[in-house]
Design a protein around this ligand. Structure first.
Ligand SMILES: [Zn+2]
Length: 302
C-alpha cells in the first residue's frame, strides 16, 4: 500500500483505495459533487471493516492514475484550469470516470474541451485542419468513449476521421491496440465513408465529377476545361480517401497542376466547393446513421 503523493489531505475524512494506492479525501466535498460517491459513502458500514490511521477505507476499482486526476479536479476547481490534461487519452479516461461517478460539472467541462480542441461540431471548426492531428488510435478511443459515456456529439467527427485514416483491411482485422472499434462502428464507418464520398462528388466536387453545361457559361475554353476536370477526377479517385476529404484545396497548385482549366472555371468551382462542404457537413451525422447535430447535442446533454 502506498499513499498517493498528489491526493493526500492530512485532515481528510476518508481513505479511498484503488489497487495498491490510497487517497485521503474529504468525503463531504466528494458527496456534494457526485451522487454516486454520496450513495457509496452513506451506505458504507458504520463500523468499517477496513480502516487506515483511524479513517474508514472505501475500495474502488478504477485506474489509480486516472482516479488521481478525477479526485484532484473534484477537490480543487483551479486544478482543471491550470492542468491542461495534455494527453487526449488521459482527458478521455477522466471524462469516462466523471461520467461513471456522475460528476456532472466536470463531465461538461471536459466534453466542451474535447469539442473545442479535437472534435468539430461547426463548419468553422471543421475546415480547421489542425484538429485532425490526433492519431487513428485516439480517434478510435474517442468513438468508443463517446459510446460508453452517452456523448454521441463526439461521434460524427470521430467516425469521419477513422474513415479517413483506416485502410479497408483494418476495418475487418483486429489490431493490437487497447481500444478496438465495435463491429457496429466498423460497419458504420465502412458504409458512411462511401456515402460521404458519394455526397462529396455530387456537391463540393460536382464540376469535377458531374459537369453540366451551366458550369461553363463563363468558360473561355469548354473543351479544354472538360478535359482538365475529367483528368482531375481520375487523379482524385487514385488518392481516396485523403483527396476527397481534404477540406482545404490549395487553389494555386490546382492551377499549376491543371493548366488547361481556365481561371473562370476555377473561380466558379471555388465558390461551389465551399457551399458543397457546408451541405455535406450539415448531413455528416446521417452518413453514419446518427440523428441530426441538434439531437446529438441534446442527447449528449450539452
Ligand atoms: Zn473553363
Amino acid at each position: 500500500m502506498q499513499e498517493s503523493v498528489e491526493v493526500w489531505y492530512a485532515d481528510g475524512s476518508l481513505v479511498l483505495r484503488a489497487g495498491d494506492t490510497l487517497f485521503s479525501v474529504y468525503s463531504g466535498i466528494m458527496a456534494q459533487r457526485s451522487t454516486i460517491f454520496h450513495d457509496m459513502f452513506n451506505t458504507a458500514q458504520p463500523n468499517p471493516t477496513e480502516t487506515y490511521n483511524g479513517r474508514p477505507v472505501v475500495e474502488v476499482f478504477d485506474d489509480p492514475e486516472v482516479l488521481t486526476y478525477l479526485l484532484k479536479s473534484m477537490h480543487d476547481h483551479e486544478y482543471l484550469e491550470l492542468q491542461v490534461l495534455p494527453k487526449i487519452s488521459r482527458m478521455l479516461y477522466v471524462f469516462e470516470l466523471a461520467t461513471k461517478y456522475h460528476v456532472v460539472y466536470l463531465r461538461s467541462i471536459i466534453l466542451h474541451r474535447l469539442l473545442e480542441r479535437f472534435c468539430a461540431t461547426t463548419h468553422a471548426q471543421f475546415v480547421d485542419e489542425t484538429r485532425s492531428s490526433a492519431s487513428l488510435n485516439n480517434w478510435i478511443l474517442i468513438a468508443n468513449v463517446a459510446r460508453r459515456c452517452d456523448a454521441p456529439i463526439l461521434l460524427p467527427y470521430a467516425l469521419f476521421q477513422c474513415g479517413r485514416k483506416l485502410k479497408p483491411s483494418n476495418l475487418v482485422l483486429n489490431d493490437a491496440s487497447r481500444e478496438k472499434l465495435s463491429q457496429l462502428d466498423r460497419a458504420l464507418i465502412a458504409d458512411g465513408t462511401v456515402k460521404l464520398f458519394q455526397a462529396l462528388r455530387r456537391t463540393a466536387y460536382q464540376p469535377v465529377y458531374f459537369p453540366s453545361s451551366d458550369d461553363f457559361v463563363t468558360c473561355s475554353s469548354v473543351v479544354n476545361c472538360r478535359t482538365g476536370f475529367s483528368r482531375m477526377a481520375q487523379d482524385l479517385e487514385d488518392e481516396i480517401p485523403q483527396s476527397l476529404t481534404a477540406r482545404k484545396v490549395v487553389w494555386k497548385s490546382v492551377r499549376a497542376s491543371y493548366p488547361n482549366i481556365c481561371a473562370s472555371c476555377i473561380a466558379r468551382w471555388r465558390v461551389s466547393f465551399g457551399n458543397g462542404w457546408l451541405e455535406v457537413w450539415d448531413k455528416l451525422p446521417s452518413y453514419f446513421d446518427l440523428p441530426t447535430w441538434e439531437e446529438l447535442k441534446q442527447q449528449s446533454e450539452l
